[in-house]
Ligand binder design. Structure first.
Ligand code: XMP
Length: 520
C-alpha cells in the first residue's frame, strides 16, 4: 500500500484463512504496523515492505497435497523471526524439513493445551505445567518436527500444538491465537512482536496522522482535490485529514440526493463549513433523484439509478469548480486486502453497491485514499486525533443510496418524510436507552403496506413501520439486536403517536445471512 515502508512492519502471509484479518488487527493493537499479502505475491510484498517479522496465516489448503501453497523461501533465508499459525505452521514444518500428514486428525473448536516448556512466546502469560484454552481448526497435522524445533505446548489431539526453534526465532502453533476463543492469544502475538522480534510498538494514531499528512502533501503537491462527503465517518475523517495536509486545495462536495436522514445534510454542512471552515459545496439535487426514482419498485434499478445520477451530479459540480487533479475517497483496508482465491470463480452480486467508481477515469483524476491502510476502529481513532466530535465518530453506517433502500416499493417525497420522522424517534429512543454504541446499525423501514387501526374511536388506514437493529463486526454477517420488549413497546408507541401516516410497528428478527442488513 505504502511507497515508503513503515519502520517496523510485520508481514502477514495470507493462505486464505477466514480470520487472517484478525492477525493484522491483533498485531496493530500491540502498536506494530502490519500488512496482509496473499501467498502468491508474498515475495514481492516482502521486498516492498521490508518487514521485521513474518506471520504465516492459516488456510484451507492441505500441505501434503501437490501444488499446495508455500511461503516464499526469502522468509526463511532472511533470518527474521517467523510465526506459523495452523496451515502456516504446517507449511513451515514442511519447508524446513519436517513432515505433515493429512486425514484422521480433524479437530475443530475449543481445546486445552498444556504448556510443556518455557518460551518467550509465553512469557508473562503462561507457565510450564498450566493448561489453557486454545482454538483449533485443522484437518492435517505436523508429524515430524524440523531439526532445531522442540515442543513447547501439547494437547491430547495435537501433541505438537506449539513448537519453537528458539535459536532461529521460529514459532509454530497449531491453534489460532488471533481469535477471541483463544483468550490469551492477543498476548502471545504481542510477545511475538515485542519480546521475540524486538519491535517497539510505537505505531500510534498520532504517529500515523503525521505520516499520512506528509504522504498526502507529497502525493498531491499543489494539485486540487475534491472529496465527496456523506456525513459518514470514513469520508469525514478522510476530508479532515486531507484538509489538515493541504488546506484550501481541498473542496468537499455534499450531494444531497433527498434520501438523507432528518437534518443530516444541515449537520454535515454546519460541521464542515462552519466548524472546520473547509470549503464545501452543498448541492441540493433531491428533485433530480426523486423525480428519477418515481414509480420505480425494483431494488437494483433504484440502486443503479442513484449511483448513475450521483456520478453525474458530482461530475457537474466538480466541473463547475474548474475540475480537480485528485478525487479523495474514504476507502478502508478491508476493501483493499486482496483476497486469496482458490477457486477463482466469480461470486454472485447480491446488491450493487453505490460508490463513485468510474469517475476518476472519466474526469482524468487520480485517487487519494488516505485511509486505505486502516481498519474501521483505527479510522475512528484517527478521527478523534483530528478532533472530530464523538457524535460523528461513533455514527452507525449509512448506505450511499440512503433512505431509498428503506422504502421498499416506490419512493415518494411523502413516504420519505414519514420515514425520516419515525427513524429519528427510533434513534432518539435508542440513544436515550444508552444502547446506541452497543448496536452496529439501527434504522426504520417504511413498508409499502397499509393496515387498519383504531385511534381515538376512529378508524385509521396507514403504513406499517418496521424497526431494524443489528450487531455485527464488519457488516458481512449480523445478528438482530435482542431488545427488551418494553423498549420496543415504548419506541412503537412514540412512533405511532407522533408520526402521521404510521399506525403499526413491527420488529425485524432476521439475521444475516439469511437476510441482509438493509431491506433492499
Ligand atoms: P447489507 O444490506 O448488504 O449491508 O447487509 C451491509 C452494510 O453495507 C451497507 N450498505 C451500503 N453502504 N453503499 C454503502 O456505502 C451501498 O450501496 C450500501 N448498501 C448497503 C449497509 O447499510 C450495511 O451497513
Amino acid at each position: 500500500m505504502t511507497d515508503t515502508p513503515h519502520p517496523d512492519t510485520v508481514l502477514i502471509v495470507d493462505f486464505g484463512s477466514q480470520v487472517t484479518q484478525l492477525i493484522a488487527r491483533r498485531v496493530r493493537e500491540a502498536g506494530v504496523y502490519s500488512e496482509i499479502v496473499p501467498f502468491q505475491s508474498a515475495e514481492e510484498g516482502f521486498e516492498r515492505l521490508k518487514p521485521k517479522a513474518v506471520i504465516l496465516s492459516g488456510g484451507p489448503g492441505s500441505v501434503p497435497e501437490e501444488g499446495s501453497p508455500r511461503a516464499p523461501e526469502i522468509v526463511f533465508q532472511s533470518g527474521l523471526p517467523v510465526l506459523g499459525i495452523c496451515y502456516g505452521q504446517q507449511t513451515m514444518a514442511a519447508q524446513l524439513g519436517g513432515s505433515v500428514e493429512s486425514g484422521h486428525h480433524r479437530e475443530f473448536g475449543r481445546a486445552f493445551m498444556t504448556v510443556d516448556a518455557p518460551s518467550p512466546l509465553f512469557e508473562g502469560v503462561w507457565s510450564v505445567g498450566e493448561q489453557h484454552q486454545v482454538w483449533m481448526s485443522h484437518g492435517d497435522r505436523v508429524t515430524q518436527l524440523p531439526d532445531g524445533f522442540e515442543v513447547i505446548g501439547s494437547s491430547p489431539n495435537a501433541p505438537l500444538a506449539a513448537t519453537a526453534d528458539e535459536a532461529r526465532r521460529y514459532y509454530a502453533v497449531q491453534f489460532h491465537p488471533e481469535v477471541v476463543h483463544t483468550p490469551d492469544g492477543a498476548k502471545l502475538l504481542s510477545n511475538f512482536v515485542h519480546k521475540i522480534a524486538g519491535l517497539k510498538g510505537d505505531w500510534t494514531m498520532a504517529a500515523y496522522k503525521d505520516q499520512a499528512i506528509a504522504a498526502i502533501r507529497e502525493q498531491v503537491g499543489d494539485g486540487k482535490v475534491i472529496c465527496g462527503l456523506s456525513g459518514g465517518v470514513d469520508s469525514s475523517v478522510a476530508a479532515l485529514l486531507i484538509h489538515e495536509a493541504i488546506g484550501d486545495q481541498l473542496t468537499c462536495i455534499l450531494v444531497d440526493h433527498g434520501l438523507m436522514r432528518l437534518n443530516e445534510a444541515a449537520q454535515v454542512v454546519d460541521m464542515f463549513r462552519e466548524h472546520y471552515n473547509i470549503p464545501l459545496v452543498h448541492v441540493d439535487a433531491s428533485d433530480t433523484f426523486l423525480d428519477a426514482l418515481e414509480g420505480e419498485n425494483d431494488p437494483e434499478t433504484k440502486r443503479k439509478t442513484i449511483g448513475r445520477l450521483f456520478i453525474d451530479v458530482f461530475e457537474a459540480e466538480a466541473t463547475k469548480l474548474g475540475g480537480a487533479d485528485f478525487l479523495a475517497q474514504g476507502t478502508l483496508y478491508p476493501d483493499v486486502i486482496e483476497s486469496v482465491s482458490f477457486t477463482g470463480g466469480p461470486s454472485v452480486t447480491i446488491k450493487s453497491h453505490h460508490n463513485v467508481g468510474g469517475l476518476p477515469e472519466r474526469m482524468n483524476m487520480k485517487l487519494v485514499e488516505p485511509l486505505r491502510e486502516l481498519f474501521k476502529d483505527e479510522v475512528r481513532a484517527l478521527g478523534r486525533e483530528l478532533g472530530l466530535p464523538e457524535q460523528f465518530i461513533g455514527r452507525h453506517p449509512f448506505p450511499g443510496p440512503g433512505l431509498a433502500l428503506r422504502c421498499p416499493g416506490g419512493v415518494t417525497r411523502d413516504k420519505l418524510d414519514i420515514l425520516r420522522q419515525a427513524d429519528a424517534i427510533y434513534l432518539d429512543e435508542i440513544r436515550k436507552a444508552g444502547l446506541y454504541d452497543a448496536i452496529w446499525q439501527a434504522f426504520a423501514v417504511l413498508l409499502p403496506v397499509q393496515t387498519v387501526g383504531v385511534m381515538g374511536d376512529g378508524r385509521t388506514y396507514e403504513f406499517v413501520c418496521a424497526l431494524r437493529a443489528v450487531t455485527s463486526v464488519d457488516g458481512m454477517t449480523a445478528d438482530f439486536y435482542h431488545f427488551d420488549m418494553a423498549f420496543l413497546g415504548q419506541a412503537a408507541t412514540r412512533i405511532i403517536n407522533e408520526v402521521r401516516g404510521i399506525n403499526r410497528v413491527v420488529y425485524d428478527v432476521t439475521s444475516k445471512p439469511p437476510g441482509t442488513i438493509e431491506w433492499e
